[in-house]
Design a protein around this ligand. Structure first.
Ligand SMILES: C[S@@+](CC[C@H](N)C(=O)[O-])C[C@H]1O[C@@H](n2cnc3c(N)ncnc32)[C@H](O)[C@@H]1O
Length: 267
């Protein structure tokens, strides 16, 4: 599959998952959105817009407008379905702009002119996360702030995320994710873009799921695994789902996965 085909499938997967993602995941991921927004909450930002690459339905928006009223805020996302929901959230706020497009390269449009780049749970989906971090840093004006929260290759050793990873790795024969090390390159990539890195750490919050079946449906219908199921078809989905449910505990499921946070100030 070409890079263009991959991007088109990714966008179509999120188009179809958008409303379910907003309903199921946005409330559960809210603590990490707060973590990312806190970095810029009390910061004295230089002039320029706050950029939000991979904004999805734009859960970052309320905290950013509350902290920096009147500041231009630009959300960028590849999925038209996500942008449509982001537009609903941004209604009545003329300082907010939404761009339907690729967020891997922002510095060409904002060459050292942005006040901040804030992004939650988009970085891990990009083809080259380290290159994106370098580029996002270069989009910042001196004194501008970077705040990026992402899912690293391993988020927990047990729990629904870990079990799903294991089930899908066995079903596809692809163990690349387990062995991935791209997250170890992010700090150096930010420094090469001109960032004085503040924190580069793991942030844990609790998530609760009503049960294994609800979680599986959320991930494969309303979430990031939708495009894999679209690409692999119904038989694959049925077999993977059966394996997952057989190995999952009964009843409500509570876990505490860790996301990566990298933040700092452009020198
Ligand atoms: C898991 S969602 C996160 C959305 C939101 N930031 C949140 O915290 O809920 C990831 C988003 O990244 C977007 N995305 C993935 N690759 C992208 C790219 N290359 N350019 C722009 N958006 C991208 C997807 O369309 C999706 O909306």
């Amino acid at each position: 599959m070409t890079d263009e085909d991959q991007a088109a499938l990714l966008a179509r997967g999120w188009d179809e998952a958008a409303s379910g993602y907003e309903r199921y995941f946005v409330p559960r991921f809210a603590p990490w959105v707060a973590t990312a927004a806190e970095v810029v909450r009390d910061a004295a930002l230089p002039p320029g817009p706050i950029l939000v690459p991979c904004c999805g339905t734009f859960p970052e928006l309320d905290a950013l407008t509350a902290a920096h009223p009147g500041r231009e805020i630009v959300g960028i996302d590849l999925s038209a379905g996500m942008i449509a929901l982001a537009r609903e959230r941004a209604a009545g706020r003329p300082e907010v702009r939404l761009v339907h497009g690729d967020a891997t390269a922002l510095a060409a449009t904002w060459p050292g002119t942005a006040a901040a780049v804030v992004s939650v749970f988009g970085l891990q989906q990009l083809p080259d996360p380290a290159a994106a971090i370098t580029d996002w840093t270069r989009a910042l004006r001196p004194g501008g702030r970077l705040s990026v929260v992402y899912w690293p290759p391993r988020t927990e050793t047990e729990g629904p995320f870990a079990l799903m990873e294991d089930v899908l790795a066995k079903a596809t024969g692809d163990t690349g994710r387990e062995q991935a090390t791209w997250h170890q390159d992010l700090s150096a990539a930010a420094v090469s873009g001109g960032l004085a890195v503040g924190r580069d750490e793991t942030v844990h919050h609790v998530i609760e799921h009503p049960g294994a079946a609800a979680y599986w449906t959320a991930m494969t219908v309303d979430g990031p695994m939708r495009r894999m199921m679209m690409a692999r078809g119904a038989d694959f989905e049925a077999a993977a789902s059966a394996d997952f449910l057989r190995r999952a505990p009964a009843g409500p499921w509570r876990h505490r996965p860790g996301a990566g946070l990298i933040e700092g100030r452009r020198t």
